[in-house]
Design a protein around this ligand. Structure first.
Ligand code: DGP
Length: 124
């Protein structure tokens, strides 16, 4: 499937629609989720056009992959949720494809924090 440049996160990257930005560097942008599932719920996206974790891990250059995952850690520390900076920890995940209910076809990592996040996965 080809990357859809009209997806909502592509529009956020082009600043066609606003976001509540928490971090930006040359590789990644992080902003608060519009429908938060925890007191802290931030999305981190690469600036490049990758539709999923699958696409990103296969096709992004190594420097972009390294830069992106460093950005995820940086965001968690900047938010104060990483234990390294005195926080209580966080969960990050990337829904990938249909069974994972990926809604937006631009690769993104969710960072959840600010409460006990419970077990790893809920039974259907
Ligand atoms: P996923 O199921 O992993 O594709 O989750 C997509 C997330 O994106 C979902 O938690 C809601 C969020 N989202 C959708 N549209 C917008 C938007 O326009 N702005 C922001 N900040 N978040 C959005």
């Amino acid at each position: 499937m080809a990357y859809d440049p009209e997806n909502i996160f592509a529009k956020i990257l082009r600043e066609e629609i606003p976001c509540d930005k928490v971090y930006e560097d040359g590789t990644a942008l992080a902003f608060r989720d519009i429908n938060p599932q925890s007191p802290v719920h931030v999305l981190v996206i690469p600036k490049g056009p990758y539709e999923s974790m699958d696409d990103f891990s296969e096709n992004a250059p190594d420097a972009e992959i390294a830069g992106f995952f460093r950005a995820v850690g940086t965001v968690a520390r900047q938010l104060g949720v990483a234990e390294a900076v005195g926080g209580d920890g966080y969960r990050f995940l990337a829904n990938t494809g249909r069974d994972a209910h990926q809604e937006v076809p631009h690769f993104h990592v969710h960072i959840f924090a600010g409460r006990d996040l419970g077990g790893m996965i809920r039974r259907a």
